[in-house]
Structure formats: C-alpha cells, structure tokens
Design a protein around this ligand. Structure first.
Ligand code: PSV
Ligand code: MN
Length: 428
C-alpha cells in the first residue's frame, strides 16, 4: 500500500457520521424530486477517468518549470503516484502513456509494474511535436503533414510503434495530436497540408489492430500561431469520417477559442457518431491546462448534461473515453488529480439529477426560463455526499486530499527520489 490503509480507515471512521447524515438528508431531498440517490451513487461509482502519466510530474509554462521535490523521475515512479490517486479516489484505474516520454526497453515489465499497482493502460499518445535525440528528421516544419515524405514516414513509423507498445500494454486506442501548422500567412498550403495529413493517417489507420480506435485531437492554435492543420472539430470530424469507423474525434476542453460553445460541439459529435473521448481540464484564456472545474465548473456540467442526454437516449455506439489532461505548475499533482477527478464526478452527479422529462417539456413548449431553471437547479444541489459515498463504497477516502496531506508520501519521496536535474522550460 502506498498510503497507510490505517490512515484512510481512521479518517473515514471520523467522517462517516457526518457523511451519512448529509447523505440521508440529500437522499430525502432527491426523492421528493423523483430521483433515487442510490442509483446516482452507483453511476458515479461505475464512472472512471484515465490519468495522463505526464500529469503527475510538475508542469511548466513556456517560461519556466519549477520542479517539486519528490516528483517522479521516470514512468515507474509516475505510475506509483498515479496509484496513490487511485488508492484514495478509486475512480482512476487506468493511465494514459505518452511516447516516447514513457519509453522503456522492457514493456512487459512496465505492464507488470502497473498491474502490481492495480493499474491498467488507456489510450497511448504519440508525440511528433518534439524532436528526440538522434532522430533522423526534424519536426520543426511539421510531422504527419510535412512537405518532405521522409519526415512524414518517420512520424507514421512513430505512431505505428505507439500502437505496438499499446498492444503490449493492453491498451486499445491511439491518440494523435499534431502541432503541425504555420506561423505566417502563406507559409503553408492549407489544402495540401490536410491532404498530406489524411494520407499519413490512412497508413496509421490501416495498421490499427482489431478492436482499436484512433482518436484525432484538434487544437485551435499553439505551437503554430497562425494556422493549425487540425484546428477545429469540423476538420477533425471530416478526417475521422474520411478515415473510417475506427477513427473518432477527441475533445480537449482547452483546445478552442475562449467563447466557444464546447457542449454544443460535444452534442454535434454525438449526433454524428464521432465523439471518441475527452481530455478534461479548465482554462481562462487559452490552453491553460488548469485543474478541471477550477475556473468554470458550469461548463463541465453542461458537457455532462449532453453526455447523460445521449446515454438516456441510448445513442448507438456511444462510449466515450475520458481522460484528464492537465499541467500542474503550482500544486502537488497528486492533489490536483484527486480534486479534478472529484470535479468530473460532481458534474456527472449533477447531470444525473437533472429532471429530463421536465426539460424535454420545457424545450418542446419553448419555456426558455423553465429549461434554464432546471439546469441551474441541478447545479445548486450539493452532490458532494454522493461523490464521497461513491469513493467510500469503492474503498477510497471520504476526504482524500486531507488523508494525503496527513501521510508522509511526498516527504518520503523527497528522500528516495533525489532530483536529477534543474528546472527547464516547456509546456508538458
Ligand atoms: C496538446 O496541447 C495536448 O493537449 C495533447 O493532448 C498532448 O498530447 C498533451 O497536450 C500533452 O502535451
Ligand atoms: Mn490534450
């Protein structure tokens, strides 16, 4: 055990009377509204979200990175920290690796290490947005869309390697985000670049194993500052549709212009049968990668409102993959990931208590205020006892951050994980 189980039990025993009383009160309140609290708890308990391996390291900005003492230095240590998040929160049993950041020679050993920690692997993320030491060709002017076929071939090969690694790890999806684009008007021929992307992606798609999916992740800008090849959900949808049924669109909440109606994009992709999954995070200005729900919890609720709507309507093939994609610059990543997981669970619980029959009536009768009230009411309900109960029932901590702070986990790691190098810049 990474965190002393005694500590969890001790704290849970102390908090249980208060939780049970709040839970009973909330149960009675929801019952009056026609919602059975136990059903909501079960749904929250069944929900899982993957953790990115890079999310447990201290993040950085383009100016600097301030490493945290005791932070993990390799994938094996990163998995340990992911296991702590899972031990306390019990909603994050899978990790999403990023290659080559998580590269090891013995992939089987990595899988066994994860299994011993009670973890499995989610989608593998490829990386053709950075050059690696000793690499034949540079991605400075693009990867899968590069004008030079040799560069494209190198990027394709890397993605195929990611699939091969993923197969050994027990993963069933590849996530492709490319940084390809242009900094200047005229620099890149828009149509030809997209053609080249499709050509490259077809080669990757053709090698997807049985039961695998490929997620296309769009992003408006950055690092390309004038135009990005896969900039929006429309382009992503077109590409996914052109590639075939195994290709789906991935929505990273931070990858849109500030006022974009992301929940509507989600609804559109659901309707078109192409919503593959999410990278959850929050932002105020750009792709800030802040903790989910830290800035605009209403937005994540509205996203879940669409997801639950799809579920209630039993939309064919609807099974999105959920992941957190955050950069923790000023917090202990373990704490941020625990809090962010809870924020996602809260949004789910709130979406589950929306009175959908009443909402449908309000929509059909053009009762704009009535419809808005139904959504607002759901977000005013304090669903915390549901989230806490789900965690407790699953064997986690009622108040995971407090337990983590009472533990000596990070302090111990400061000794056992001496820093390997100083701070450096870079968004990860
Ligand atoms: C790009 O900003 C992104 O959201 C992609 O998912 C990357 O793989 C990830 O961040 C990590 O840098
Ligand atoms: Mn992302």
């Amino acid at each position: 055990m990474l965190i002393d189980q005694e500590l969890i039990t001790e704290q849970n025993t102390e908090l249980e009377p208060e939780l049970f009383s709040d839970f009973e009160h909330l149960g009675a309140y929801l019952e009056r509204r026609g919602v059975a609290i136990d059903g909501v708890v079960q749904r929250v308990r069944a929900f899982t979200v993957a953790i990115p391996t890079w999310g447990v390291s201290t993040g950085g900005t383009r100016f600097s990175r301030f490493p945290m003492p005791g932070e993990p230095r390799n994938i094996f240590e990163r998995l340990e920290d992911c296991a702590v998040v899972q031990q306390l929160g019990r909603a994050t049993p899978r990790v999403s690796p990023h290659m080559p950041w998580d590269h090891v020679d013995d992939i089987h050993a990595l899988r066994l290490h994860a299994e011993a920690l009670g973890l499995g692997f989610d989608a593998v993320n490829s990386n053709t947005f950075q050059d690696q030491l000793g690499q034949d060709h540079s991605y400075k002017y693009g990867s899968l869309t590069h004008t030079d076929p040799a560069v494209r071939a190198q990027a394709i090969t890397h993605n195929l390697e990611c699939i091969a690694i993923g197969e050994q790890l027990g993963s069933t999806a590849l996530t492709v985000w490319i940084a390809d684009g242009a900094n200047f008007p005229g620099q890149q021929h828009f149509a030809l670049a997209l053609d080249r992307y499709l050509g490259s992606m077809r080669e990757i798609y053709a090698q997807l194993p049985e039961g695998w999916k490929v997620f296309l992740e769009h992003k408006l800008y950055e690092p390309a500052l004038y135009a990005t090849v896969i900039a929006d959900w429309g382009t992503s949808y077109f590409c996914a549709e052109s590639l075939g049924p195994k290709a789906q669109c991935l929505v990273d909440l931070g990858h849109h212009a500030p006022t974009t109606n992301v929940e509507m994009i989600v609804a559109r992709l659901i309707q078109l049968g192409k919503l593959g999954g999410f990278h959850f995070n929050d932002s105020k200005y750009g792709d800030d990668d802040l903790d989910t729900g830290a800035i605009d919890p209403f937005r994540i609720f509205l996203v879940f409102n669409e997801l639950i709507d799809a579920e209630v309507r039993q939309v064919d093939g609807f099974a999105p993959a959920y992941m957190l994609d955050q950069s923790h610059n000023v917090t202990d990543p373990i704490e941020s990931l625990i809090e962010s997981t809870a924020a996602v669970q809260r949004a789910l619980a709130q979406a589950l208590v929306v009175n959908r029959e009443a909402l449908a009536v309000a929509q059909e009768t053009n009762d704009a205020l009535g419809a808005a009230r139904l959504l607002r009411e759901a977000t005013q309900i304090n669903v915390e006892p549901i989230v806490q109960r789900a965690r407790l029932d699953a064997g986690g901590a009622i108040d995971p951050v407090t337990v983590y702070r009472a533990s000596t986990y990070r302090k111990d790691k400061v000794t056992t994980r001496p820093a390997e190098r100083g701070g450096h810049s870079g968004i990860v």
